[in-house]
Ligand binder design. Structure first.
Ligand code: HPA
Length: 271
């Protein structure tokens, strides 16, 4: 079935349950599903009940949409995202976002857990994403297919400068030492080698993770305003002389989630 028909079917399932248009789509990263506590929830829809939604099996991810309010704004929160490393096709990972956009969301606030490449970062820091490098070797969009891409997609101003300014100001107000930099997206599911991390640092990457870039590409095609934050859950491979683990990522994310929660709430309230 054509993409637009699948989107319409998912929208037709969700829309009658809503009393309001969700203006903001929020994606909660690994271990950050606690951010959902921010939402004054009105409606919960499980991915498994929505036509054509794949379910998320990644650690630290639930798998449902929360509709409600954060900071006085009408939001749809993806509690659990779909990853490429779970065997999803790149285009499948962005379907939920395309549905939220069709429901009316014009702004994407995306969060993730990431490894710190920038040697000035510390575990527990939050990084404002100013740009990204898609090193997954894949892409969720294809020119001329059903997604409506008919020319090469411009990526120059992908991360909204206006939203970045708001985030910086909110961080100052909160006394938060907000880092900023370039997020490099890899496919996973292995962590990187120390040699890869050294190479990524030379390329100008500040943090590395296994998500976000596909969602941002699809959101940019949809004309959405995009704001992204990475929680530095660990220093990337080889920075410290110790192995990495997924457990560490989830534990640190849970530990530092409060800061991210406060920042996202502050930004939404300020918009
Ligand atoms: N590498 C890739 N993805 C990640 C990392 C990392 O070090 N930490 C959290 N997600």
């Amino acid at each position: 079935m054509a993409l637009q028909d699948r989107i319409n079917e998912a929208v037709a399932f969700i829309q009658p349950q809503l009393s309001e248009v969700p203006d903001y789509a929020i994606v909660l990263g690994s271990g950050l599903s606690g951010l959902a506590e921010l939402v004054d929830v009105q409606v919960i829809v499980d991915y498994k009940d929505i036509p054509y939604f794949k379910t998320s099996g990644a650690p630290g991810h639930v798998g449902r949409l929360l509709f409600g309010h954060v900071g006085g704004k009408s939001v749809a929160c993806m509690q659990g995202r779909l990853h490429f490393y779970e065997g999803n096709k790149p285009e499948d990972t962005v379907f939920p976002l395309q549905v939220l956009n069709a429901l009316g969301a014009q702004t994407l606030v995306v969060t993730n857990a990431a490894g710190g490449i920038n040697l000035g970062f510390e575990v527990g820091d939050i990084m404002l994403i100013t740009d990204h490098i898609n090193f997954t070797g894949a892409h969720p969009l294809t020119i001329g297919d059903e997604q409506g891409l008919h020319d090469f997609l411009d990526m120059t101003y992908t991360y909204s400068r206006n939203l970045q300014d708001v985030a910086r100001q909110v961080a100052v107000d909160q006394g938060l030492n907000l880092r900023e930099g370039v997020y490099l997206g890899v496919r996973g599911p292995s962590f990187e080698t120390p040699a890869e991390i050294r190479a990524f640092r030379v390329w100008g990457a500040d943090a590395v993770g296994m998500s976000t870039v596909f969602e941002v590409l699809a959101a940019n095609l949809a004309g959405m305003q995009i704001l992204g934050f990475s929680l530095i859950t660990n220093m990337a491979a080889g920075v410290l002389d110790q192995p990495l683990s997924g457990e560490e990522v989830i534990e640190t994310a849970a530990f530092a989630a409060g800061k991210m929660q406060k920042l996202v709430l502050g930004v939404l309230a300020a918009l």
